[in-house]
Each structure stands twice: as structure tokens, then as C-alpha cells.
Ligand binder design. Sequence first.
Ligand code: DGY
Length: 316
Amino acid sequence: MLVAVTRRIHKEELERLGEVAEVRLWDSDLPPSPSELQELVSGADGVLSLLTDKIDGAILDGSPGIKVVSNFAVGFDNINVPACTERGVAVCTTPDVLTETTAEFAMALIFSVARQIVPGERAARGGEWKTWYPMRFLGRDLAGATLGVVGLGRIGSHLATMASAFGMEVVYFDPRNEDSRFEKVDLDELWARSDIISLHVPLTDQTRGLVGGDTLPQMKPDAILINTSRGPVIDTDALVESLRSGHLAGVGLDVTDPEPLPQDHPLYTFDRVTIAPHIASATHITRRKMAQLSVDNVIAVLTGTTPPNCLNPEVL
Ligand code: DGY
């Protein structure tokens, strides 16, 4: 059996995979191009992919032996799941192991943006810290503020729990999940009432551009917007326009559209925007668990046992 692994990941997990299959590794920190990816997976029985690898019908048709695509991520918008299901290919992901880690990062962005940590640090480093300023770097208190959580799944729910411990009032929008500890509202009410808005939805046709030209004006002029889900959930051009007009007190983004964000992108010109390079799940322990789980998923499918997390179990 042959498993293509599209990036350098934990050595111990590659070795474990190597005990059941030959491993063909894209031995780099940078992703393969589409043609390199096609070549990498050719003849493979399984693929361990990253969120930067586009896995579609064409890739699968080029390598009809593939039985499993195991994504090293909880998100799977890089994979055409219906195309996989049609071809009997199992799609596996890594939920649960990154829930708290990702929610903690959303909380970190909330603190950072609300208290101007990055602009303050930039000023200190740039020699602008001349005295104790009574009127500079003024932020927002979290206690008493209203947090609007869009998507109360695992990560959104953990964030909501942490936020209420900090004295925030939590409202949420989620058509599927209920939690009586928090107030469920519709989206219009969430935009209008929230001092801080945090996005926790998968990227789908319904959520693409959810925050855009129609919704941004509904937010409070001094609202803070946080995104740790997927970049295209926000219409980037509309966000830039909104920021140019002076709307929003701050924005914290762990994900952007495009990703990575080009060095000359207008979003970098706003001091009140903090941008992180998609690192919300990046702790030693969590990334190791993601590696373990994605390897467990491949091994299970290829050895005919039930994988821990399969999106389309009907193909097994
Ligand atoms: C995911 O898992 O989908 C995150 O975006 C990266 O951890």
C-alpha cells in the first residue's frame, strides 16, 4: 500500500504510518503545486492532505486507487466531498482535538484587539513610547461587553463558555445547535447587538461572504470582528471599504482571503487590524494530536477498520 503525505509532519507519526504502508512524502514546509500534487498522489491508496491542498474529482480520477483522503484539519473546504463519495473515497478530518486550542486563540485575538496589544507593541518597538500616556492605546473592557458568536459548534461553544467567565454577555446564531446558557438570536440581531463578533462557521456556499457589504453596516461602528474560521466567510474587499470609511474599532483575523495575504495587501495598512498566519490550532500538543488522528484515519480505512472521524461513512 502507498500513502501520499502532502507535507512534512511529525516524524513519529510518519514512522507509524510507515509500519502499514509505503509513505511518499512531499518533504517540504511549502505545498506542492496542483501538478506536483497530482504526481505525488499518483498510484496511491491513501492521501494525507493539508487544508492548502485542493482535492477534487480531477485529482481522484488521475489516481483511481485512492480509498481515503485524510485531512490534517477539522475544516474540509479544500476537498470536494461529493466527488469523493461518488468515487467511494472516504474523507476523514481531525475534529475535537483542536477545539479548546482554536477557541483559546479566538479569545487571544479578542483580548489583543480589544486592548490594542499589537499597536502598543509596535509603538514601543518603534521608539514611540516616550511616557505614560493617559489618552493613547485606549481599548475596550470585556466584562459587560456583548459577544456575538456566529456558529455555536464545538469551537464557538468553548469560546462562549470562556467569554461568559470573563463577564461577557453571549448571544449566538446557529440554526442547528442550542445552548440555554446563552441567548439565541437571529443574525440581524447579532450584528446589531454585539460589541465583539466571532465567526465559527465552516466555509460553504451559504457562508461564503456572510460578512460583506450588506452585513458590515449592520454592525456597531465600534464593533470588533474576529475570524478564526475561513477567510472567505468575510468579503475582504467589503471589509477594506468598511475600514476605510472608519467603521469598526478593530479586526482580528487568523484566516484571510486570499491566504497567505500578499505583503502589499491593503488590510496590512490598518493599525486596528491584527493578522495572524492561520495559527489558531498551532500548539505543540494539538498539532501532534492532529497528526496522530489523521494517521489513525488513513490506517483505519486502509486496514478495513472504522476510522475515528469519517465525513462519508456510507463509502466504507
Ligand atoms: C482546521 O483544522 O480546519 C484549522 O483551520 C487548522 O487547524
